[in-house]
Design a protein around this ligand. Sequence first.
Ligand SMILES: *Cc1c(COP(=O)(O)O)cnc(C)c1O
Length: 375
Amino acid sequence: MVDLVSQYQKIKPAIDSAIMNVIENAQFINGPEVVGFQKELEEYLGVKHVIPCANGTDALQIALMALGLKPGDEVITPSFTYIATTEVMALLGLKPVFVEVDKDTFCMDPAVIEAAITANTKALVPVHLYGQAANMDEIMKIAKKHNLFVVEDNAQAIGSDYYHSDGSVSKTGTIGDIGCTSFFPSKNLGCYGDGGAICTNNDALAATMRMVANHGQSERYYHDIVGCNSRLDSIQAAVLRIKLRELDGYVLARRKVADHYDGFFAQFPGIKTPIRGKESKHVFHQYTLTLNGIDRDALNAFLATKDVPSMIYYPVPAHKQKMFASFGSSDTVLPVTDWLTQRVISLPIHTEMEQEQLDYICSSVTEFISSNVSN
Ligand SMILES: *Cc1c(COP(=O)(O)O)cnc(C)c1O
């Protein structure tokens, strides 16, 4: 799905010397690279505080821990997402309340949020799935009206711009109270191991989240609140400083691949290419087709025989996971989510794709469709 080897070859001298520099200075934890990356990411995102941490799942957990919620409090979130988004809610004793997504953007549908709000609702956690932002203007409006926190899961959309209805522009992840992201290697800004970050413009939340991520302490060995241990290590920070400079170029490369796919698949009535909402700049963490009248699982299996690595993100939505059975979520009815999980398929998309690879993938899909005309 991604080609991290070719990507590395292009930045190899800078990466190699940055990593060697960390090793030679032996400042593996909280060294100058971590501070440098934090500052550079704050600048890039236009946000007051970035708190680096160990991974994207921790980022979400730390964010929710900092909100002062109590067990049983409800958090409204889409079911159509990676499990990390909702798993941390269960871990903290919060109740995930799963709502529907918009079938064009794959993101939380603002139209269904208010009906899910109860006296126990404390937060909304929208996910900018596949690299496209949820409708944040509407989500923020609802949050203000009902006095709810908003935590953005920005793990798939770092680098995306959100165009507000008043004409202003924000980076995704900086619109809600807190934004969370992941630097898992295959993410749009990926390191060479695990990494994550949280961002906020709120000074008090930033201070609390720094404490939570550091064993609940702000002064060494004085632990005021229950926290955890979640750090970005210096080697990963050094890699990320170099890759952050490339991020806008990486986004452009992904969008070019998406443009090519869009043009090619337009000829097939059973294939719906990703909709690009006018509210944001799609950064194409995934390029995901929705199939209608084409057997998705058969196509997936066929592409595997052609050595084309297609993926299903995600075959089982959160509300149908056994993990959540005790939360009563199996009674949740989400027809759009169910419909999408049976029809979506993601094709390879990355920063190093060659025309030849694109042509091969497209002709492989064509071969499947023309040999299955009865579909
Ligand atoms: C990757 C991802 C996460 C978790 O990130 P990790 O770094 O793997 O813990 C959370 N939410 C979404 C939507 C993701 O894609």
